[in-house]
Every structure is written in structure tokens, then in C-alpha cells.
Design a protein around this ligand. Sequence first.
Ligand SMILES: [Zn+2]
Length: 291
Amino acid sequence: MPELPEVEVTRRRLGPILVGRTIERVETTGDSYFFLTKPEALKRRLTGRTVTELNRHGKYLLAELDDGHRLLLHLGMTGQLFSSAVSSVRLFSAKTRGSLPPEALREFKADAHTHLSLHFRDGGPSVLFRDVRKFGKVLLLEAGAHDPRLDKLGVDALSATGKDLFDAARARRIPIKTLLLDQGVIAGIGNIYADEALFLAKVRPGRSARRVTARQCDAIVAATKRVMKRSIATGGSSISDYVSPDGSDGGYQDERKVYARKGLPCPVCSTPIRRVVIATRSTHYCPECQL
Ligand SMILES: [Zn+2]
């Protein structure tokens, strides 16, 4: 599942191929829960618009348009936003790949899973939103309109401070990891990064939030930013169907210290990493290093 770093990598790579370009034509698949704004309305209102900025809050991408409207995009579980000029073999199943001539791999043509295609007036590469499992979302927000999805989000993880976490943690009896995953407190922290940050901050994920000190909150938020920035720098985690907009694979997964390392030695003290379930999420920690 794409987490904040993957969405930020998508924003940085997609921005240059989206901003400043005028949409000439919009293609979609049929109406479904994927479209929070009906395909017909999307086509009508996006045609002729120029994208002025591509922003991100938590895991939402927001394309700002020249009429003040905003196009909200969420990658869901398997969403892929990329230029039609990419040539990533990861976009195809092994079976499909084998049956295609090499030239077909050079440019991606919209398939049944490509739910939104933006074609531009300049005739350059299109921007495609493909999503095999279809948990992604597309919504056109009117100028000045509020949306509960955005309104309920806390401060973005990359600009959060230890105080943001400490203020939310003080009176809470829930595990600190549960609080870290609460998008209303800090937006954009997913399961992998919560585990990795708690390991670096030496705080046990199951510790009651109100028993985490201000200094530990500072350490947790600093560690969160560190692992996320490192992940952004390496192109995001190469998990699931995530593919960056230029078609390359992410490279962060080799650096994980605890996540998905149950039974393997802790990189600091060699104690086997333990796995528990907190708030229905698979959680990994070192029972020696984290208190
Ligand atoms: Zn350890």
C-alpha cells in the first residue's frame, strides 16, 4: 500500500509532467465507486483546465486547477499514477509481458485498469491513473469547498513536531502506535513507518500513549521524518504494485530494521524481533531495545 513517501515521490515526479499543461481530453472507465465525482462531470469540468500546482496532504494528492477547483487523487492500495511515456515492466503481469512485442513496452497504453487518462493540448505524454484493486479515489473539489476527507486530517507528517504528538498523547490510554496511525493527529504515517520510527526512538509500540514523555514524542516524530525522508530519497518502498511515475522501482525495503523481520536478529542487539498485533495491524519491535 502506498504510504506517504510513495505519494510524495509520485508528487515530485508527476509535478513536472502535470503542472502548466492544459487538459484537452479526459478518458475514464465506467462509473463506479472509484469516482467520487461522476466520470461525465469530470470530463466536463476538467477539459480546458490548466494544472497550476500539485500538492500533497497526508496520502492525498491535490492538483490545483486554474479555475480554483482542485482534483483530489488517492492511490488506495494499488493505485499507479504515471506518464504514458514510461516503460516499466512492473506495470504488466509476467504473462502479459511475455506476449507483448518489445515496442509495446516502450509506451503504456491504457488498459481495463486505467480508470483515468488525462490527455493534454500540447500533444505530449498523457497522465494515467491505473488501479488494479480499485481502492483509489478521484474527486473534483469546487473552489473553496471543504471536504471531510481533508478537514479531518491532522498536520502532515513531514511538518509535524514532537509537540503535536505529545499534545495528542497526554490523556490517551491507547497504545502509542495506535495514536501514530491516527490520521487525525498526524497525517500520513502508515504501518511500516510507525514500526520503524518507534524502533529508532526506542519506544515500545504497545506503550500507553499517556506514558510517553515529551522527549520521546520528539524522538518519535524526528525518527518518523527521518525514515520517511530516507524513503523518499530512495524512491519509496517497492511493495505491492507501487510504481513511481517514471516507471522505476522504489528502493527502501532493504533498509527496514524491524518491519516484516519477525524472528530475525535486531540490528542493534541481535535479540529476535517480535511481532504482535496492535489495532489490527501487524506490529514489529525489539523487546530489548524498545521500552
Ligand atoms: Zn534490539
